[in-house]
Design a protein around this ligand. Sequence first.
Ligand SMILES: Cc1cn([C@H]2C[C@H](O)[C@@H](COP(=O)(O)OP(=O)(O)OP(=O)(O)O)O2)c(=O)[nH]c1=O
Length: 207
Amino acid sequence: MKDRPKLVLASASPRRLALLEQIGVRPDALLPASLDETPHRNERPRSLALRLAEEKAREGARLAAQDAALSGALILAADTVVAVGRRILPKAETPEEAGDCLRLLSGRAHRVSTAICLVSRRGTLKSRLIETRLRFKRLSEREIESYLASGEWSGKAGGYAIQGLAGSFVSKLSGSYGAVVGLPLHETAGLLAGEGYPLHAGWSAKT
Ligand SMILES: Cc1cn([C@H]2C[C@H](O)[C@@H](COP(=O)(O)OP(=O)(O)OP(=O)(O)O)O2)c(=O)[nH]c1=O
């Protein structure tokens, strides 16, 4: 894989790294961008996801430019936003916040908007927005309390992680499971392939 472009994942999320590795992509560097993720006044969930993915990618490119070994690298970033209608739910940092999210999501439909952004070797940005609709079953107060005790909600948009215990809350999903966890695999692969990243070159038989 001599000509493979370098790849920087501008993310601190272990889930995003694991999802990339799932499709045989191993980034050359992780350069998380720490940003103020507060939505603008009246900002729509999908606009927020796109704006933040692009800001993270730009910041990742700025950091990569300081390292000669990463010169010409592709930079990948993503952002996931959970919303009920136009109401954007926080990334839960306390059990109270997570509990409020779960009570709101209980028995209702909601939407997860995940944006990905790839900075090319020429420094141009390509973005994709993926929307997934989900429905949660009705949650009893006991289920909510047990889930809060698990701690799995911490740092997750909307106060839950579908890849863990909360997978049992989801009665319906239409869209991309990977995007809910943090990275839509089909669209990410498409963006990488479009920039000459040889995706299948990293695939080999596992013993
Ligand atoms: C809804 C949902 C979100 N999440 C996670 C994905 C994201 O990591 C997080 C949303 O926050 P993000 O701001 O998208 O990402 P992050 O801060 O964790 O990582 P970085 O910005 O460095 O890339 O919530 C799950 O893991 N499972 C889920 O089911």
